[in-house]
Design a binder for this molecule. Sequence first.
Ligand code: PLP
Length: 483
Amino acid sequence: MRGTKRSIPEPDRRSSLATLPAVSRVQSCAAYRKLQRDVGSGLATDLLREEIARLRDEVTRGVLDRRSLRRAAAPATLVARARDKALSLLAPSPRLVINATGVIVHTNLGRSVLSERAAERVAEASRAYMDLEYDLERARRGSRGSHLDPLLERLFPDRACAVFNNNAAAILVALRALSRGREVVVSRGELVEIGGSFRIPEILAASGARLREVGTTNRTRIQDYEQALGSRTGMLLKVHTSNFRIVGFTEETPVAALAGLARKAGLPLVVDWGSGDLVDLAPLGIHDEIPVRRILDDGADLVTFSGDKLLGGPQAGIAVGRPELVTRLKRDPLARVCRVDRLQIAALHEVLAAYVRGRAFEEIPTLRMLALTPEEIGRRAEALRSGLARGRGGERLQVVDGVSRTGGGSSPVGERRTRLLAVEGAGGDAGEIEKALRTGDPPVLGRVHEGKLLLDLRTVLPSQDRVLAARLAAALREDALRR
Ligand SMILES: *Cc1c(COP(=O)(O)O)cnc(C)c1O
């Protein structure tokens, strides 16, 4: 910048303002007309005006030197800046990213990826009318619930189900419908906050039910519940402490014991089972995720869970349990407020159908990712490494052992052994590479640990491997050039 970069002196600023082009003059250039065609004339005009106003402001405040002003005020530059702003405003958002964090149910990244079939159904269902609330046979009003009920009945025989916008909504409706104005007995150790915005005490307050905490943070026994029961009690609530675990001196009352107590007292036991998987994950070596079915068999009267966690579907909240309770949920005025939309229903139908067909592990990405072995992941990581080995910086890639987490409020200790692609930065620190990958297109997200960037292919869709390789090659090259 050679010391010529002095802001325009105060007395000259007025005359400098006069050098700013008129909006109409810029509008007559070809580049502007193209911008207008691409983004619409209203937006093009507004952005152009804003650009000129910004320059006027910078001149007045004295933050521009003459040369920068001349460059910035050129019609081509003004139009180019307006175009950049327009494109960034209009670009699709949320953006698609490559999740190489290894966290499968990543709440910040949208939790579950839909299966191909579910995704196609959503695309199709969004483009046409449908018999959403219409009975074609009888030519009269039908019900939204009718689409999912037959599949849910197969998955949960002898129980009824209601589907809401998300699990928080399912709990809210359940609390209100079954316990408004009454006490909800819940263990102090289960008054959890999930994802920074879901707090059981707040949902409880919003429902009009009253919280009756029992036990201590680390220990709650059946006697604690028993002593709290009285004429004001509306229900017993158990919450899956899905995103943390208190270890050491702890005691938690099992569902079966609570169910016995609830039955004796003639009160419903409602269980918020958070992640709510439908299949037994024990064959994968996962023993601490108890399927919803077992919670019901243990005697829970109503279980609620999310559609987009381990179930692997769209955002939704499913309440399953005794038919007379579910009917009360469906009749509550809040049920209408918390209802699912047609695209959620269309997606969830395909996902539930995969379970009914016994194809969940083949078709549902969340389960497929969970089932991947370290050997399978290692082979992909090795292929990626060897493909880049001879390129610039390729020698800084290594395939190492590590762990992936299931995440998203499923099991807190749900760690799976994996193989990681470890990337060393040219200067020893991988922070620059991490940033380059994260802020590029498409963004690639990994995690930095002990100075290395770790990429876990468990959560990278196989169809993304090639793009990931290209982004990584470019990032390594740029990182080497920076040194
Ligand atoms: C995730 C979770 C919720 C919230 O579910 P949403 O579907 O995000 O509304 C509630 N309770 C528990 C125990 C959870 O893990």
